[in-house]
Design a protein around this ligand. Structure first.
Ligand code: NOJ
Length: 788
């Protein structure tokens, strides 16, 4: 048997605040470089106060994701050097228009920095970020980011408002789609990859774009999953879980950070010196600039911390360098400097940070964009979008059928396939929530892809709409921008009729593929919180009616949010989670359904049995009364009634974090550990790995497959209570039938540390339980002792 050794390099970056921390190196060498900073200072010396403040103002001259500040004359502002940055201005012609004004009409010829929400691709739309996280493949995130940067630069955009690395543990929060899910370790790994893909380690490359890591901080922990809501959590939890991915992104060289809308422990994040100065600047050594979220500086008034001038001053002093579409910095800062309320040195420092990024991007040398040919979804770009999508799909369930193998993959010889559901032939819905510049016309739907594969062996019925007459509030929301009128009424669908038609279609087929989900374009993403997590409209009824025909049903879920799939999990033999797959949705899903591609995705967020379990995540803190089935259950059991549990539902996820099946099977050997006892002093003294957990993984099935091997730890005796399990390593490996590989995970300070009661990263004498396996339920176990 061939034994291949895979060593997984520790993912954490170098800088940290251990007891033994070495001298800090700047996370982004370009921004810290002496030569660049000399250019910045030389320019700064020439600037008037008004020109300086101009660099701190950003306006949107395009579409809005919030109320617009005011009707502004951008040409005029640009000519006065008071337009440091613009967003939502896209395309060489438009960006060049403003840039010519800035470069030719202003005294100091400082270029404008154009930013945009380039989130999962720019013109070529890839799967949504949560889906990309489901690939557990950093290379996939890099690919998406890189294409995003290339296409954004062609449109004059050198700054992308991505990656969003907010930990999201509550799918009621619609922005979970933009996140990497619930886990700090996975999110940090993906955060590094997104930054690398966009910035390529060199902001000066013509196809690199500066990132904006957002939303700083802890935006994903909005109380009750309601967007923009307050966040309240311990500093310990904040640092150990929520801040980790931002730290990873900053340490990977992120050029800018975006502040968040929420308050944190009573202080709005956009005027929060603890976050923006203490942590970001002093502890992490961040040299780039901080932009507020849309209107967030002005919204500080609603947080009741003062009037316009006061909140602008508070935000600037706290560390927000640029005001996005708030129209406050541009109007109230200079006066306060003149009155001595704000030191000019504070303005200087903010301007320095902005100019650093402009210089590093090479905007002074190359301010304009050469107009290129019109965008085309070339075969190369489509292939990249398809490959990434195929890696993101998670096979949640795949039952064996009576007298046969598993339902999936479908046989190429299947005589008739019925494709049913409102997502089956919907180009717009495949793009996902943050496809600002994506054009649905480039999307190949599942119906088109299956028709190409099956010809007249494909039957189709839409079945129902995404919403029914019951969904009053949702319908209103859908028509938000164009309220229903006498000429254009709401258009309540006749579900009973279309479901009956779908049932007839299903009866004529050998297999039914159902494409259900939720609307990515207006039910997911920003301002899209939900209080329920089921399929919308009559989709559940449709599913139940089709299953009742007795035909084998494959459910393809097209929603980038963990939905409540309890009925489906109990009654549908095969379920594939396909998220919002992007322009190659159809071919990618079809390739996986027919086994040309073996699914390999794993869930980056737990799927609940009921919405009442939320926020639901595997890395829970222990309780003195763990219920039956909980990961931390000890042999002791009391009266089950008085355990930490629900009366009417299990505690466990329906499909847990890390979960995902394959068309083959993998077996895990007994994990081994190279050193079982390590003195605590040794762990604290180095960032180098000190021991290695090894495990043999074998493909025991009959097709080649890719497994994501996962390593979880539990610190069983820390001075601050630690989660029942935490992911601390993973590796994607591909195995041919019968093949076995040896996977190794190094462990050292980076994996073993936790935040002490004093909020310092530390390691203490303890025993770590270690599990290795294919999900957070991993059972193959070993242990490590850290001794006095
Ligand atoms: C508001 C959103 O919260 C943020 O993610 C986005 O980047 C900005 N608007 C700009 O559109």
């Amino acid at each position: 048997m061939l034994r291949l050794i895979f060593t997984i390099l520790p993912l954490a970056a170098l800088a940290c605040t251990t007891a033994t921390a070495q001298t800090r190196t700047a996370p982004n060498q370009q921004l810290a470089s002496k030569e660049l900073n000399e250019r910045v200072d030389a320019l700064l010396k020439k600037m008037t106060l008004d020109e300086k403040v101009g660099q701190l103002a950003q306006y949107s001259a395009g579409w809005a994701t919030g109320p617009n500040a005011t009707e502004l004359r951008y040409d005029e502002l640009a000519a006065k050097g008071q337009l440091g940055s613009m967003l939502n201005v896209v395309g060489a012609a438009t960006t060049n228009h403003y840039q010519h004004i800035a470069m030719e009409k202003t005294r100091l010829h400082i270029p404008i920095l154009f930013g945009l929400d380039v989130i999962h691709g720019h013109r070529t739309i890839f799967p949504a970020p949560l889906a990309v996280a489901a690939s557990w493949d950093a290379a996939a995130a890099e690919t998406v980011a890189h294409y995003g940067a290339v296409e954004a630069r062609a449109d004059g955009i050198a700054w992308v408002f991505s990656p969003m690395v907010d930990i999201a543990r509550d799918p009621r929060w619609g922005r979970i789609i933009e996140s990497n899910g619930e886990d700090a370790y996975l999110s940090s790994a993906m955060a590094r990859a997104w930054v690398k893909g966009y910035q390529q380690g060199d902001l000066g490359k013509p196809d690199s774009a500066a990132v904006s890591v957002k939303h700083f901080a802890a935006y994903g922990a909005a109380i009750a999953g309601r967007d923009y809501n307050a966040v309240d959590m311990s500093e310990n939890q904040l640092r150990q879980v929520y801040l980790e991915p931002y730290r990873a992104a900053v340490e990977a060289g992120a050029a800018t950070v975006m502040s968040s809308f929420n308050s944190l422990n009573g202080v709005p994040a956009t005027a929060n010196p603890f976050l923006l100065t203490q942590i970001l600047r002093k502890e992490w050594g961040f040299d780039g600039f901080v932009v507020s979220d849309w209107g967030a500086v002005a919204e500080l008034k609603n947080h009741s911390i003062g009037d316009g001038p006061t909140v602008a001053r508070k935000a600037l002093l706290a560390g927000v360098d640029m005001d996005m579409e708030g129209n406050l910095y541009g109007t109230v800062i200079a006066q306060q400097v003149r009155e001595g309320k704000i030191p000019e040195s504070t303005v200087d420092e903010a301007v320095r940070r902005v100019l650093r990024v402009k210089f590093a991007l090479g905007l002074f040398e190359h301010p304009f964009t050469t107009p290129g040919p019109e965008y085309a979804a070339t075969p190369e770009r489509r292939a990249a979008a398809r490959r990434v999508a195929e890696e993101t799909f998670v096979l949640l369930k795949n039952d064996a059928m009576e007298g046969a193998g598993t339902l999936l993959p479908l046989s190429a010889k299947t005589k008739k396939v019925a494709l049913i559901g409102p997502m089956a032939d919907n180009q717009r819905e495949m793009l996902g929530a943050w496809a600002v510049t994506g054009d649905p016309k480039y999307v190949t739907t599942l119906k088109s892809a299956l028709a190409a594969r099956l010809g007249d062996r494909l039957l189709y019925a839409r079945g129902c709409e995404l919403l029914s007459g019951e969904d009053g509030a949702l319908l209103q929301r859908e028509h938000f921008n164009e309220p229903p009128s006498a000429e254009k009424p709401l258009g309540i669908p006749d579900d009973a009729k279309t479901i009956a038609e779908a049932v007839e279609t299903a009866k004529q087929a050998d297999v039914v593929v159902m494409a259900l989900g939720e609307s990515s374009s207006w039910m997911e993403g920003e301002a899209s919180s939900r209080a329920t997590l089921g399929f919308t409209g009559a989709q559940e009824q449709l599913l139940e009616a089709v299953v009742a025909t007795g035909k084998p049903v494959v459910l393809v879920v097209l929603a980038t949010r963990p939905l409540e799939l309890k009925w489906a999990a109990a009654h549908v033999p095969a379920i594939l989670e396909a998220w919002s797959p992007g322009i190659e949705a159809g071919p990618a899903v079809s390739n996986v359904l027919f086994g040309d591609v073996n699914p390999s995705g794993k869930l980056p967020a737990s799927f609940p049995r009921a919405v009442g379990q939320e926020p639901l995540y595997y890395a829970q803190l222990p309780t003195g009364r763990p219920a039956k089935g909980d990961l931390s259950r000890m042999p002791q059991v009391g009266d089950e009634r008085f355990m930490s549990r629900y009366m009417d539902e299990d505690n466990a996820a329906l499909f847990p974090f890390g979960w995902g099946l394959s068309y083959t099977r993998f077996s895990y050997g007994q994990p081994t550990i190279s050193r079982t006892d390590i003195p605590v002093k040794e762990v604290m003294a180095t960032r180098a790995p000190l021991t290695t957990v090894g495990v043999d993984v074998k493909n025991t099935g009959s097709v080649t497959g890719t497994e994501v091997v996962q390593l979880y730890l539990r610190n069983t005796a820390a001075s601050v209570e630690q989660p029942v399990r935490e992911l601390k390593g993973f590796a994607r490996i591909t195995l041919t039938p019968g093949e076995q590989k040896h996977v190794e995970f190094p462990l050292g300070f980076d994996e073993l540390n936790f935040y002490s009661a004093e909020n310092k990263r530390t390691v203490e004498p303890t025993t770590y339980k270690i599990w290795v396996g294919g999900s957070s339920l991993a059972a193959a176990e070993t242990a490590l002792k850290v001794v006095e």
